[in-house]
Design a binder for this molecule. Structure first.
Ligand code: PRX
Length: 651
């Protein structure tokens, strides 16, 4: 039987204690949501959230696709994550931090409360941050990043985290778009035991005109940094004076909680907006359902807080349910391929959540490493961000999970706030490389983009969600039209625009969904979204580049690699090309960051274009994959360009 068809039955012993125990329970929940959608959500919203004031209505779709949830309800996300646990769990570990160099900290819920309240007071009293103000967080993976997020939530400020690997220019774009008042950063941090810097990028970003008034700097690596008097302040110095009591701001269900910038197929990254109640509800529900974290469990997600996975499944989801979450500053493969498994053994990790890229790298670097450690605490193994290939899946299941753990291949996006398609551990029979079934309450359907009809089993279609759900994106910051165009412009079902994820998908005879990848010009590099337009803009900023087209190509470790076709101004010249590659890479690092460095750059005489001037990316994708060109190229403005490009690649 092919690996893809084989069904791995859930571990019955484990299933007996799971929150959703079997497929009958799953089907009952799906039925409840189908028959009484608002009633379904009401059941959870009323029991999982501690409301300061109850809501009067579950869902308002009158302004669709701008939908609102839990109308009139008041809450504060930081009290969901901290205060309500203090009665029962004040001395329980909320965050276990392991630094890059092996330094450790265990932060209890009481200590978390103390730190977040002081941080909130600092922002409010010293920086005059008010409800609705935007605060940029450009931080390494240290507990202060989580404190900063929760402190913003406590006073009603909207945080926007910028991944620490992004460059000064990328940071500046986000600061300007969000019109931020404050930037929270660190001097730097450690990577593979060596210090690296963050503050200089903030200084550089703020050379442009921005709305930023103050910069708060957390000391992490102790390196010297430039200091702008009146603008830059030391967290370590200011925090000691702050009181550990800060009243939580009463927030409306639909008050924004955070913005997170993500790449789309065109233009600059969009500020995806998530609001308070719906987001935190789904973060908690999916934590409970998908990871089935129990009171005494220790859960570890290896993501960075700069991505949505870090938001929902390192900070908000685990803390909302009162779990113990591990935060790791380092690299799972450093100093050796056993680092991650040593941590699993040491902290007795019960749920481990990572990206297929990391699994592939760990597999390649240390196929037999898991056997050297006691991994018997593991119950659930998660994957996220990209499709997982069957060999990696099998190794994860057999060698890491000892064929005993449930693998949850979680499909979701920055915009969905939390998981939307995923197995339920113990309940869902699993198949390698398959995200399986939509979670209860998520009306996910694979539709034909032309007719809006559901495609048949085995047919390809567009992955859509036909009803709003509580954690869905509420808007693109400052650009309502872009929200409508980006997500509701492609597919209509029964005449009504539905949310389109941007992904292609199919389902099998059991209804199991497999995501086949983006249908747009977004590349998925190591589980991170990269817009081809952004990379192209960075390459084009080089004075010698006339034209460029960027596409994705399969990559053994990263899932997809970045492949750039570049047309130079002037004559071909090999020596110049080598120099140019270096310079273009510098431009990419400056404008975006190392994550956008191209895996391949080829200099070509021209690009395949239609007579109306549109670049035929399908052809470029095929060439990058090494496929034979079977498409009709007769409609190209200059069909000979295809063989010329192929010749350049062979050369
Ligand atoms: O293409 C899908 C892919 O990652 C995209 C979302 O990227 P981002 O917003 O950065 O969030 C990543 C972490 C949630 C999706 O549109 N993707 C995500 N999870 C999976 C996946 N592709 C296949 N299988 C998955 N489990």
């Amino acid at each position: 039987m092919s690996e893809l068809k084989k069904i791995y039955n859930p571990n019955r012993e484990f299933a007996a204690n799971a929150r959703i125990k079997n497929m009958c329970e799953y089907k009952d929940l799906v039925e409840h949501a189908t028959e009484d959608y608002e009633g379904f959500w009401d059941t959870y919203a009323s029991s999982k959230i501690e409301w300061m004031k109850p809501y009067s209505k579950v869902l308002d779709e009158s302004k669709a696709p701008f939908s609102s949830w839990f109308i009139g309800g008041k809450l504060n996300v930081s009290t969901q994550c901290i205060d309500r646990h203090l009665d029962k769990r004040k001395n329980k570990a909320a965050i276990i931090f392991e630094g890059d160099r092996g330094d450790k900290q265990i932060i209890t819920y009481l200590e978390l409360s103390y730190n977040v309240n002081r941080f909130a007071n600092l922002l409010k009293n010293k920086f005059n941050v008010k409800k609705g103000d935007r605060v940029i967080i450009y931080m390494p993976m240290i507990p202060e990043a989580a404190y900063a997020m929760l402190a913003c939530a406590r006073i009603g400020a909207i945080h926007s985290i910028v991944f620490g690997g992004f460059s000064a220019e990328a940071l500046r774009d986000r600061i300007q778009d969000a019109e931020a008042k404050v930037v929270i950063t660190a001097d730097g941090a450690f990577r593979k035991t060596k210090p690296y810097m963050l503050k200089p990028a903030v200084d550089q970003a703020l050379q442009a005109e921005t709305t930023v008034e103050k910069v708060l700097v957390v000391e992490r690596n102790g390196e010297d940094v430039e200091w702008v008097a009146g603008r830059d302040y030391s967290y370590n110095e200011l925090i000691v004076d702050e009181s550990s009591k800060c009243e939580a701001e009463m927030m409306d269900s639909e008050d924004p909680l955070f913005l997170l910038y993500t790449s789309g197929s065109t233009g600059k990254p969009k500020g995806v907006q998530h609001n308070s109640a719906g987001y935190i509800l789904w973060a908690q529900m999916t934590m409970e359902w998908v990871f089935d974290v129990k009171e005494n469990d220790t859960y570890w997600c290896t993501a960075d807080v700069g991505w949505i996975t870090g938001h929902t499944y390192i900070v908000y989801g685990p803390l909302a349910m009162g779990a113990t979450t591990v935060m790791f500053e380092g690299v799972p493969t450093y100093p050796d391929a056993g680092r991650a498994w040593r941590m699993v053994e040491e902290y007795k990790i019960n749920q481990f959540y990572t990206a297929p890229t990391a699994i592939r790298v760990l597999h390649k670097m240390g196929e037999n490493e898991p056997a050297k450690y006691d991994l018997s605490s593991l119950k659930v193994l998660g994957t996220v961000g990209e499709p997982i290939d069957p060999p990696a899946w099998k190794w994860y299941y057999e060698d890491v999970g000892n064929s005993k753990c449930s693998i949850v291949d979680t499909y979701w996006q920055t915009e969905t706030g939390g998981h939307v398609v995923s197995p339920l551990p113990g309940a869902t029979p699993i198949k390698a490389g398959c995200a399986t079934l939509p979670l209860p309450g998520i009306m996910a359907e694979i539709l034909d983009p032309k007719t809006g009809e559901k495609v048949g089993a085995g047919e390809s279609g567009y992955m859509c969600i036909t009803k709003p759900w509580p954690a869905m994106i509420r808007g693109v910051w400052g650009d309502p039209d872009r929200y409508v165009k980006s997500y509701f412009g492609d597919v209509k079902k029964d005449g009504k625009a539905v949310y389109f994820t941007g992904d292609g998908a199919n389902y099998d005879e059991d209804g199991y969904i497999t995501i086949t990848g983006r249908t747009d010009d977004v590349i998925n590099v190591s589980g991170h979204r990269m817009g081809t337009a952004e990379v192209e803009a960075a390459i084009k900023s080089h004075a010698k580049v006339a034209e460029v087209a960027v596409v994705g190509r399969p990559h053994e470790l990263k899932g997809e690699g970045i492949f750039a076709y570049i047309v130079m101004k002037g004559e071909d010249n090999l020596a110049e090309e080598i120099e140019l590659i270096k310079e273009i890479n510098t431009n990419i690092k400056q404008e975006i960051g190392n994550i956008a460095i191209c895996d391949d750059m080829v200099f070509v005489p021209g690009l395949p274009k239609t007579r109306s001037g549109k670049i035929m990316r399908r052809i470029l994708r095929s060439i990058a994959k090494g496929e034979e060109i079977t498409q009709d190229i007769s409609t190209l403005e200059d069909p000979s360009v295809v063989s010329a490009i192929e010749k350049c690649i062979k050369g």
